[in-house]
Design a protein around this ligand. Structure first.
Ligand code: ADP
Length: 369
């Protein structure tokens, strides 16, 4: 991912270089880390177990009075939590000398942590790293992370249509209300009305975990990336039942359905004398990706309609900047809303919760929460 850089005075940046702290979001599938680091550790080497990204953020607005400087991002599979703990330890991300969030009982170090794993793995962090997890509510963090990105980072939100990304200028005075759709293992849909003002209005259990879980069973893929890669060369029409399959190749124009519209995801598999092994994993992956993305786009639209919201931001690690996923979601929103609502994506899609936890640390240190 690229960095979004907002103009900042030099001396402010060096001020930030002294800051070093970390926040974690431990989800059902992935652990996300966000950390800022001092000069000597700020370069993140490639090739380590984590996927890293660096973001320069400097913002002097009332909402984010602190200068964040350089933020680093990393992710690990939750099932490989020991790799994550080793990473934190090797980067000295929780050494007391550089640590700003020291709790009152002397030198006990605490990491801001969100997601279910903040509860599940609290003892492990204590045992292996000697740190406490300072738990922050997951929904609070998702919203805080999204608001932070939308307000403090240039070129964060974009639309995706016909293979083209287009950055969206966010007017800070006209940001709310919006619908935040976070596609993680499961999906949360949150109506956001302001900083800390939100309601989780819907969700679905058919999300990223479903794509990866079902995809793994059906294709025998060994990793999520492999499954996603397969979808690039797949053809969903081999498995999905299209309107044209039912109507003898013609459109159903009266109700606005073209012959290529999917009438039934995976529906063709029942009408042919084929077994799973007769289908290419590429085609299975593509149909599955399309089914899940379409469904989420449609549910998101219905919730936007319910509350009269025109803007829908999609986040969560399921998206992975994948063109096909974004295209399917965009088309679903556009199709069902008849062009009234628009899907927007976030460059740091997977790190909303971790960023929210990170920001909560900043506001507590400043006493601005
Ligand atoms: P959670 O907090 O529930 O773990 P995330 O936003 O981290 O949610 O998204 C998890 C989803 O991201 C997975 O269900 C999967 O669809 C997708 N994903 C993307 N990259 C990976 C990966 N490397 N390993 C596993 N899942 C991944």
């Amino acid at each position: 991912m690229d960095s979004g850089i907002r103009g900042q005075p030099e001396e402010r940046v060096s001020e930030v270089d002294q800051v070093s702290h970390l926040a974690v979001d431990i989800g059902g599938s992935l652990i996300k880390l966000v950390y800022s680091s001092s000069n000597e550790t700020s370069g993140v080497e490639k090739g380590e177990t984590a996927s890293d990204d660096i973001l320069e953020v400097s913002n002097g607005s009332d909402n984010y009075p602190i200068h964040y400087g350089r933020l680093h991002f990393a992710k690990f599979e939750t099932s490989k939590i020991n790799d994550c703990l080793e990473f934190i330890s090797s980067k000295q991300l929780c050494r007391s000398g550089s640590w700003h969030h020291v709790t009152s009982d002397n030198h006990r170090i605490a990491i801001k942590a969100t997601g279910g794993g903040a509860y599940k793995f609290a003892d492990l962090f204590k045992e292996k790293l000697g740190v406490s997890l300072d738990k922050v509510d997951e929904m609070d963090c998702l919203v805080a992370g999204a608001n932070f990105l939308l307000k403090a980072v240039c070129q964060e939100a974009f639309t995706y249509m016909d293979g083209r990304e287009e950055y969206v200028q966010i007017d800070h005075n006209d940001l709310y209300p919006y619908l935040l759709v976070n596609i993680g293992s499961g999906v949360s849909m949150i109506k956001v009305d302001g900083d800390g003002k939100f309601e989780r209005v819907s969700g679905t259990s058919v999300g990223g975990g479903t794509f990866w879980g079902l995809g793994r069973l059906l294709t025998k893929c060994k990793s999520f990336d492999e499954l996603l890669e397969l979808s690039y060369s797949g053809n969903n029409r081999v498995i999905d039942m299209l309107v044209g399959d039912i109507y003898g190749g013609t459109d159903y124009t009266k109700i606005g359905l073209s012959s290529t519209t999917i009438a039934s995801s995976f529906g063709k598999a029942i009408s042919e004398n084929k077994e799973l092994q007769d289908y290419r994993p590429e085609d299975v992956s593509r149909s599955l990706l399309r089914m899940i993305s379409n469904n989420i786009g449609q549910i998101a639209y219905l919730n936007a309609l319910r509350f009269g919201l025109k803007r829908i931001f999609f986040g969560g690690f399921f998206i992975r900047g994948h063109p096909y996923t974004m295209d399917t979601i965009s088309v679903a929103v556009q199709f069902w809303s008849k062009g009234e609502a628009e899907a927007m994506f976030l460059r740091h899609e997977g790190f909303l919760g971790a960023l929210g936890a990170f920001v909560s640390h900043e506001s507590h240190s400043l006493g601005t929460s």
